[in-house]
Write a protein that binds this ligand. Structure first.
Ligand code: WQD
Length: 320
């Protein structure tokens, strides 16, 4: 039996947050969600969890939420997460992802919270030839989004070094896909899986951004990991606190065309597509070396690409 903890999930109404909240509530933990509902959904929050509407840029609101929830653990997921939006509106991303995280860290210190779990991203890495990234690789993000996440990581590590925070788990998510059973449909989906599912539902072709990368078929290769496996990594770190920075992925790459083929296999018919120019800021290959996480914990990603495809199709109404 795991020890019941009081967990504050900041951004707990979002795609990943709501799945974490459901799982942690089911485990018997006392969960409080803090979310401004800018992209999160109120009805996605487990009924077993307390809900406080608020914005991480409002330090006072955050302080009140910490005082009310008295957390042993804080999971900080609230952020702007669109590479493209960050390029067009860097000041918004500085405000949410950096100032917001500073506000969280101030509240963590003030309320003596011993453990912070932070969602970071593969976008912090400097692209290199092999495209397989370990936690020790150089970090020189290509995007504002990646830069803000790297700055947040550095601030968290400074809080650890100055003993303002005892345990910090920094998870660098690679490409999260699939649905955790909450049928969480992102309104302004910008990632490959929901965009293919939406194209299928609307009877139009998918878009392939670039087919001239140095990959087997010329299209971008990514390490897709099922949202349930991401959630399980957080559960592992709640039950046995992990201290450090860990990639979360499958150590496997799939190209855009391979993903489109996987959708076709699930649907039983071909999915047409149109090749467009590369998207600014996209790297060719990004695959997670997950050795460090496997050594530090019993966690293993177990869901398949087909699981991600099927649950995405069901969520976006492209397959009943
Ligand atoms: C995947 C691949 C595209 C859409 C970003 C962030 C990352 C995380 C996930 C937040 C790329 C190609 C995409 C389409 C396509 N965000 N593509 N047609 O850019 O790898 O990662 O989102 O945590 O931190 O960096 O994800 O799903 O947008 O793209 O060909 O319609 O699919 O070029 O190769 P990305 P993505």
């Amino acid at each position: 039996m795991t020890t019941t903890k009081q967990i504050l999930v900041i951004g707990g109404a979002g795609y990943i947050g709501s799945a974490c909240v459901a799982r942690l509530s089911a485990e018997g933990h006392r969960v409080t969600v803090f979310d401004n509902l800018s992209s999160g959904k109120r009805d996605a929050v487990s009924e077993d969890a307390a809900f406080i509407e608020g914005d991480i840029r409002d330090a006072q609101a955050l302080d009140t939420a910490f005082a009310q929830s008295v957390p042993n653990v804080v999971i900080h997921l609230a952020a702007g997460k669109s590479v493209e939006e960050g390029e067009h509106n860097p000041e918004k991303y500085f405000s949410i992802n950096v100032v917001g995280t500073i506000n969280v860290l101030e509240a963590v210190a003030k309320h003596d919270v011993p453990h912070l779990i932070f969602s970071s991203t593969a976008a912090v890495y400097q692209p290199h030839a092999t495209g397989v990234y370990s936690e020790e690789d150089a970090m020189e993000p290509l995007s504002v989004y990646g830069t803000t996440k790297l700055i947040a990581e550095m601030l968290i590590n400074e809080c650890v070094r100055t003993q303002k925070l005892t345990t910090a788990t920094i998870f660098r998510y690679f490409n999260v896909a699939g649905d955790a059973g909450l049928r969480f449909k992102e309104e302004k989906a910008a990632n490959l899986f929901p965009l293919i599912a939406q194209a299928v539902r609307e009877g139009r072709g998918a878009t392939v951004f670039g087919d001239d990368y140095e990959t087997t078929d010329g299209t971008g290769v990514r390490d897709y990991i099922h949202i349930n496996d991401i959630v399980e990594a957080h559960v592992h770190s709640i039950n046995e606190p992990l201290h450090g920075t860990f990639n979360l992925g499958m150590n496997q790459g799939h190209s855009v065309l391979e993903v489109i083929k996987a959708f076709a296999a699930a649907l039983g018919y071909d999915v047409p597509y149109v090749v467009q120019p590369r998207r600014a800021g996209d790297a060719g290959t990004a695959i997670a070396d997950v050795e460090k996480m496997h050594t530090a914990s019993a966690w293993r990603a177990t869901h398949t690409l087909a699981d991600m495809v099927t649950s995405t199709l069901e969520t976006y109404g492209a397959k009943n």
